[in-house]
Design a binder for this molecule. Structure first.
Ligand SMILES: *Cc1c(COP(=O)(O)O)cnc(C)c1O
Length: 384
């Protein structure tokens, strides 16, 4: 029953009716006063979401466009950068940086483990030529959250380096105070915590990032952020943006403002806790190292069954789409997205569906209902 499909993958995420309704209007002129108002309002709300006084620019393109924009607007050919890699999206940063001729030093951690901030500190202390440290905050492929705050602290005490972060699955899920943590560039995308369809991405730039922009010589045109900055001052945009996605963005950001940052973060934390605890209670293992689970996605190892078989069973019987493992993790893990427009009902339902599917497949070693009971108890607990 396709109409009842519930997305619990880490993007695209479910879209609220209010946002869908905002989308389904006739486009308006992107140079009209009505559209200027939307640009003005959304850029204010984006600053609020990023907890920054700096600019947050909107690009029509997916999250990777924002990642690429972050690199090509702040760096120059041959620049030495450190890339963190503990999953698929860390690998993507390395690919982008390499494609533009940067000199990449890689700091790795085993998939499932967080990056060690000390490794960044050591390299930074011994090399004044580093121009940027580039990391993924919430590594979607493994469900690990990296300690961006501590890594940023080390970057901030370096004279030349800027901090570039992929916050695609952390913005709108957990606290990412851009200015307080001293992050210079943040990339994110609409189909994740923003509760929107794919198509828009966002690049937040600090003062220091704009200074770096002055010396940056990498080729750019469509993603030249200086053009975006110049036009945003006039509440405009350099090219024709996805007008209808801007309608959706405005509505989604208003919804987020109504809920409030703190409530959004505690909701994600409660859901993360409930998923983690319930999955453990039915004998499944978490892939992320203890204490480093992402607020938006949980990776699970079903030791006694192929993860793909379980995932397909949940999809077929319950119309809930879970994500599989990527690369060497295919069949080994499945991932539950609990990012964006997700409520307690979704959590109870997904836990119940997993238990029921395991029971049907003959691999549930606990009493049916154990997971739901633990999830319900966990959801009833307040977190701060
Ligand atoms: C989804 C995602 C992206 C963006 O991918 P696109 O497909 O280009 O939107 C980047 N980083 C992370 C961590 C993600 O989860």
């Amino acid at each position: 029953m396709q109409e009842k499909l519930t997305l619990m993958i880490p993007g695209p995420t479910p879209v609220p009716e209010r946002v869908l309704n905002a989308l389904s209007k006739h486009p308006i002129g992107h140079r009209s006063p009505e559209f200027q108002e939307i640009i003005q309002k959304t850029s204010e709300l984006l600053k609020w979401l990023h907890q920054t006084e700096g600019d947050v620019l909107t690009i029509t393109g997916s999250g990777t466009a924002a990642m690429e924009a972050g690199i090509i607007n702040t760096l120059s050919k041959g620049d030495k950068v450190i890339c963190g890699e503990n999953g698929k999206f860390g690998e993507r940063w390395i690919k982008v940086a390499t494609a533009f001729g940067l000199d990449v030093i890689t700091v790795k951690a085993k998939w499932g483990e967080p990056l060690n901030p000390k490794s960044f500190q050591e390299i930074l202390e011994n090399d004044k030529q580093i121009r940027a440290v580039i990391v993924t905050h919430s590594e979607t492929s493994t469900g690990v959250i990296n300690d961006l705050q501590t890594i940023s602290k080390y970057v901030n005490s370096h004279e030349n380096a800027i901090m570039i972060a992929d916050c695609v699955t952390s913005i709108g899920a957990c606290n990412v105070p851009m200015d307080a943590w001293g992050i210079d560039v943040i990339a994110s995308g609409s189909q994740k915590g923003y509760m929107m369809p794919p198509g828009l991405s966002f690049v937040a730039m600090s003062e220091k990032a704009w200074l770096a922009n002055k010396r940056s010589d990498l080729p750019k045109f469509y993603l030249d952020l200086e053009l975006y900055k110049k036009t945003i001052i006039k509440d405009s945009s350099p090219f024709t943006p996805s007008v209808n996605l801007y309608f959706a963005l405005e509505e989604a950001l208003i919804m987020m403002k109504e809920e409030g940052l703190k409530s959004i973060f505690t909701r994600h934390k409660r859901h993360m806790n409930a998923i983690q605890e319930s999955m453990k209670s039915i004998g499944l293992k978490l892939f992320a190292k203890d204490g480093y689970g992402s607020p938006s996605i949980t990776s699970i190892i079903p030791s006694n069954i192929d993860a793909e078989i379980l995932r397909k069973s949940v999809k077929n019987d319950f119309d809930i789409l879970l994500a599989g493992g990527q690369d060497h993790l295919k069949g080994k893990i499945f991932r539950i997205g609990h990012l964006g427009f997700i409520n307690d009902r979704d959590i109870i339902t997904v836990v119940g569906a997993i238990e029921a599917s395991m029971d049907k497949l003959g691999v549930l070693n606990k009493k049916l209902g154990t997971g739901i009971s633990i999830a319900a108890k966990s959801l009833n607990r307040t977190v701060n």
